[in-house]
Design a protein around this ligand. Structure first.
Ligand SMILES: Nc1nc2c(c(=O)[nH]1)N=C([C@H](O)[C@H](O)COP(=O)(O)OP(=O)(O)OP(=O)(O)O)CN2
Ligand code: ZN
Length: 146
């Protein structure tokens, strides 16, 4: 599923990079309404993250592709998602659904990008959980304070 065409994020930045990655993980959705998905089962998650910005770093990168892989694959590969502190079986906003996984990946990446002097922005996270199911998360645009 890598190298597929992804939906485009709208932005005004000059540079945009995309990083595809994948990780194998197990999860379960802790709700009776989730049917068979209440049982622990596994997926190969395919992820595409889109980073944008106007300034490059001293290496000529917006952000090193390898850093993005380390943040996501390094944390989630071969784990049970429900075990991570980012998720919470008691709070539906934090069940490890595809939606929440996408939002969580956005938050993990943007936290690291905020530490970089050239201040790149994560503008889109695409997460494919199965061959027929995917989610796109985009942060709300920052409101200008005039
Ligand atoms: N909105 C969501 N719906 C479902 C999620 C989810 O994260 N968000 N997750 C699941 C299950 O975890 C399941 O692993 C994936 O479901 P589904 O796409 O239905 O899986 P199938 O491979 O069976 O899909 P088919 O197209 O029917 O083959 C369920 N729903
Ligand atoms: Zn699942």
């Amino acid at each position: 599923m890598l190298q597929q065409i992804y939906p485009q994020a709208q932005h005004d930045y000059q540079y945009e990079l995309n990083k595809d990655m994948q990780f194998a993980a197990a999860h379960y959705i802790p709700s009776e309404k989730a049917g068979v998905c209440q049982q622990v089962h596994g997926h190969t998650y395919f992820v595409n993250v889109t980073i944008a910005g106007d300034e490059l770093d001293e290496t000529g990168f917006l952000v090193n592709f390898a850093k993005l892989k380390k943040i996501v694959h390094g944390k989630f590969d071969h784990t049970l998602l429900n075990d991570h502190a980012s998720f919470d079986d008691q709070n539906k906003e934090k069940f490890p659904t595809t939606e929440v996984v996408a939002k969580t990946i956005y938050e993990m990446i943007q936290k690291e990008l905020d530490e970089l002097p050239n201040k790149p922005k994560c503008v889109q996270v695409f997460v494919r959980e199965t061959p027929t199911s995917y989610v796109v998360f985009r942060p709300k645009k920052e409101k200008k304070s005039w």
